[in-house]
Design a protein around this ligand. Structure first.
Ligand SMILES: Cc1ncc(C[n+]2csc(CCOP(=O)(O)OP(=O)(O)O)c2C)c(N)n1
Ligand SMILES: [Mg+2]
Length: 284
């Protein structure tokens, strides 16, 4: 099974920019949302869904996954819903129901609301990596029994999220059980809820920490769509090591007044800011 798009270059970059525009419209309409973290992850989501992940959309719009993706930083759900809309799975009008009563689009991803599109409910930080490790192990065992190819499990965490100890317990287990099909991507935007990570809990050198836990470690510019999929495709998935990709991103990426500004963690654009944001995103 392949990715149905395998897009790259300008086409893929435009998807990421359209995802960003949808995030801005959706959060402005809801007067809420985690705009900064939605924007930093947009290129990673575009590269995954439009190039890397192997899946098939069924006639009833459910998805059959060969690889899996878990958005562990569940507050970044605005990016995920916008990506679903860019894929054509959701209509843009439905994005305007974000955070409303009875919407399928609550403030964190809920599998019961979007069956098969969302793999695991997240939002409480620190759960995605342990679940991803279990899923990666199950996939390895299933593939060994059926002699099929092993699906990969991609999990996207925030960098502030890595302060949760559960990530490191799972990392230990991932190396011990040789989960070479586990790919942990860190949205390394160097900001967390209210401040820069180095002011709250300095986690550098992050690469050496993952090394010490038995991971194969890669760095990438997490706001360059082609760099992301090229790296993921170059990885050896048979070398018995789990993978960590430190994706260096900018929180609020793509809109000048949002970039690297801590307050945009949980802020929405007003009418003038939305106009300005859409203009900037159209021209970059
Ligand atoms: C267990 C837990 N504690 C606190 C929160 C509240 N919270 C939501 S987002 C966030 C900051 C996350 O920062 P980071 O992981 O760096 O995400 P990003 O910068 O990508 O938005 C916090 C503390 C939470 N969702 N879960
Ligand atoms: Mg962060």
């Amino acid at each position: 099974m392949e990715n149905p798009f395998r897009q790259s270059g300008d086409v893929l970059h435009r998807h990421a920019q359209e995802i960003r525009k949808k995030i801005c419209v959706m959060n402005a309409n809801a007067k809420s949302g985690h705009t900064g973290g939605d924007m930093s992850e947009a290129d990673i989501l575009a590269a995954l869904y439009f190039h890397v992940l192997r899946y098939e959309v069924q006639a009833d719009s459910s998805v059959k996954w060969h690889d899996e993706f878990i958005l562990s930083k569940g507050h970044g759900v605005g990016g995920l819903y916008s990506c679903f809309a860019e894929l054509g799975w959701l209509r843009d009008e439905e994005l305007l129901t974000y955070l409303k009563d009875d919407s399928r689009l609550p403030g964190h991803p809920v599998r019961q609301k979007l069956p098969t599109w969302v793999t695991v409910n997240t939002g409480g930080l620190g759960h995605g990596v342990p679940i991803a490790a279990g899923l990666a192990m199950a996939k390895q065992r299933h593939a060994a029994q059926s002699e099929g190819s092993t699906g990969r499990v991609f999990v996207l965490t925030g960098d502030g999220e890595l302060e949760e100890g559960s990530n490191w317990e799972a990392a230990m287990a991932a190396a011990h059980f040789e989960l070479s099909n586990l790919v942990l991507i860190v949205d390394r935007n160097r900001l967390q809820l209210a401040d820069f990570t180095h002011n709250i809990m300095d986690m550098d050198p992050l690469d050496e920490k993952f090394h010490a836990f038995g991971f194969e470690v890669h760095d990438v510019d997490g706001n360059q769509v082609d760099a992301i999929w090229k790296l993921i495709e170059s990885i050896d998935y048979a070398n018995r090591k789990p993978k960590a990709i430190i994706a260096h991103t900018i929180k609020g990426r793509g809109v000048s007044f949002m970039e690297n500004v801590p307050a945009w963690h949980h802020k929405f654009p007003d009418e003038d800011q939305l106009k300005q944001a859409l203009k900037e995103l159209d021209h970059a």
